[in-house]
Design a binder for this molecule. Sequence first.
Ligand code: UGA
Length: 447
Amino acid sequence: MLPSGDGRRVRISVIGTGYLGATHAACLAACGHDVVGVDSDPERVATLSQGRAPFHEPGLADMLLRGVDSGRLTFTSDCARVEDADVHFLCVGTPQKPGSHGADLSALEAAVTALAPYLARPTLVVGKSTVPVGTAARIGDRLCREAPAGDRAGIAWNPEFLREGHAVKDSLHPDRLVFGVRSDEDDLVLREVYAPQIKDGVPVVRTDLATAELAKVSANVMLAARISLVNMLAEVCEASDADVGDLTRILGRDDRIGSKFLNPGVGFGGGCLPKDTRAFVARAEELGVGAAVRVLREIDAINMRQRARTIDKAVSLLGGRVAGRRIAVLGAAFKADSDDVRDSPALDVAATLDARGAAVRLYDPKAMPNAVRAWPGLAGGDGVEDACRDADVVLVLTDWDEFRGIDPVALADVVRHPRVVDGRLVLDPDKWRAAGWDFHALGRGGS
Ligand code: UGA
């Protein structure tokens, strides 16, 4: 928990209640503010209004319930309810535009259109969504033109760095707060909103709008690049019979490199890293600096190649014939502790093998409903054992703790052929080999 900020209780609206908005709204209420969350999806509003989380996020349901019970946190589909708020956070999604690498800003533009008529008093609109640089200034101009308050409706950008699966902790105790502001007054408003975090010692970096927008996408691009670099090393390890697991342990001991985000495997996915890397390239090209960011195309290509290499490995273990073969895929979420399957490498591999005629049986501790919704033909297993029954090969593609804890001796009795591909480096190769498994992992010696 955070210390009280001893500050003003700010009236806040949060537009968009996805992973980012729902968590942000609940955290702001936990910080003592009055918060109304707005979403166009009435079903989502109903769920949140009962203090329930519409997706799997550890700790969020408790915080939502506390907020709703306290009366400080409400949700609505009616944008008119934002009228009384002094600060408005824009938290809508900015996915990849269909048929393009750029970001689709239609939900953000629609949120501004809906919000502007209700901004009659001096107010601050604060963007949190990940956007191409230059968007904040454009929204600021729109507010000036469209809000009854005119230029007293200010714009600020305050990017959010929370990770799914750790969203509550990341929101309450962020590494840093970034305030992209145009004036001291706007900076002060954000300091009031985040008074508890600032009192708790969280550093604030004050900057301009463009740098704040870039901070978010740059962080994601750096993380994506790091993962692809390590996957590049995995491919070289494989070609030279070296072991990428040992290699990353050695690299991680160097303080300058560090051990976080150094896990090789089937690559990065989710609603952020892949689309942000592409959107960054698209925006740089618009700005005339496409040549400078060309490396990011390769980062994306390495990442997608990891999925293809995982499939190739499974196919080669099956002697090149996939049709009708039983493949157990453990993991559908794009990472552990999440039920999100957006651009999930695990689900992509499972769906591709299914499309090639394999008898895929999928299991994920939390993401099965979303996986089956995204790829209706996929057969789901009730658990690890059920998914692996009579399997010709087992693929472990999400880094759930449950998979780390699998007993290879017991599972060997369940499958038809004890062959496994560890796509996340979560299994102990010695233990699995000792239990009789033909063990493989991208970039691991002996694979
Ligand atoms: C990412 C960033 O980490 C957050 O800081 C950011 O706020 C968020 O995007 C966002 O833009 O909203 P998230 O998408 O929740 O967060 O997930 P990450 O933990 O970054 O993982 C992304 C992908 O990379 C996952 O598929 C994960 O399995 C993969 N990964 C991660 C690796 O393959 N290797 C690693 O070492 C780490």
